[in-house]
Design a protein around this ligand. Structure first.
Ligand code: COA
Length: 153
């Protein structure tokens, strides 16, 4: 198991984020907040990661969705939204992705993610399954869900 850390949002972290493919609006808005001195060393970020030495090699964003905003579960419940899971190319297939997913599972809440194409095999190994919809919604999204084993709740 690799050590998962909550990432502090500062210029160094954002520099590390540039190595990841899924660098986008969320990172740019964090950069703006830093530049405008709104946040400094913000440790309340949704990002978690794994370092190899002082290099960030894997990361994910994880946040809790409150029950009343839930659109996936019946009945509605709190769950974790996992996104931007990514392992740098030279570090793939070495257990980093799995360590991050296991860390997310340790909170004991269901987890929802929208996987990128080509990662289906990884997600099925992590025991995530497609959402079963009655209704047609979220076109373009193919969410996967993991349920904690307590289903009796
Ligand atoms: N195809 C098939 N199986 C895969 C896989 C892949 N691309 N990636 C991981 N797995 C399997 C591993 O073999 C392992 O199973 P095992 O323990 O039974 O051997 C399990 O999933 C966990 O793998 P892990 O080493 O934790 O995966 P990772 O650290 O590489 O993280 C991703 C997985 C998908 C998050 C990571 O590879 C990534 O960010 N990839 C970039 C883009 C992408 O989606 N690539 C997919 C291949 S093109």
């Amino acid at each position: 198991m690799h050590k998962v850390e909550r990432l502090v949002i500062n210029y160094k972290t954002l520099e590390e984020f540039k190595k990841f493919k899924e660098y986008g609006l969320q990172e740019l808005s964090m950069l703006e907040d830093l530049q405008e001195n709104i946040v400094e060393n913000d440790s309340d970020s949704p990002f978690y990661g794994i370092y190899f030495g002082d290099k960030l090699v894997a990361r994910m964003s994880l946040y809790k969705v409150e029950k009343h905003l839930d659109q996936y579960f019946e009945p509605q419940r709190d769950y974790l939204e996992l996104w931007k899971l990514e392992v740098l190319p030279d570090y793939q297939r070495a257990g980093y992705g799995q360590s991050l997913v296991e860390f997310a599972k340790s909170f004991g809440l269901p987890i929802k993610t929208n996987p990128r194409v080509k990662s289906a095999e990884f997600w099925s190994r992590m025991n995530f399954e497609p959402v079963k919809y009655d209704m047609e919604r979220d076109k373009g999204e193919n969410p996967l869900i993991w349920y904690p084993s307590e289903k009796a709740e």
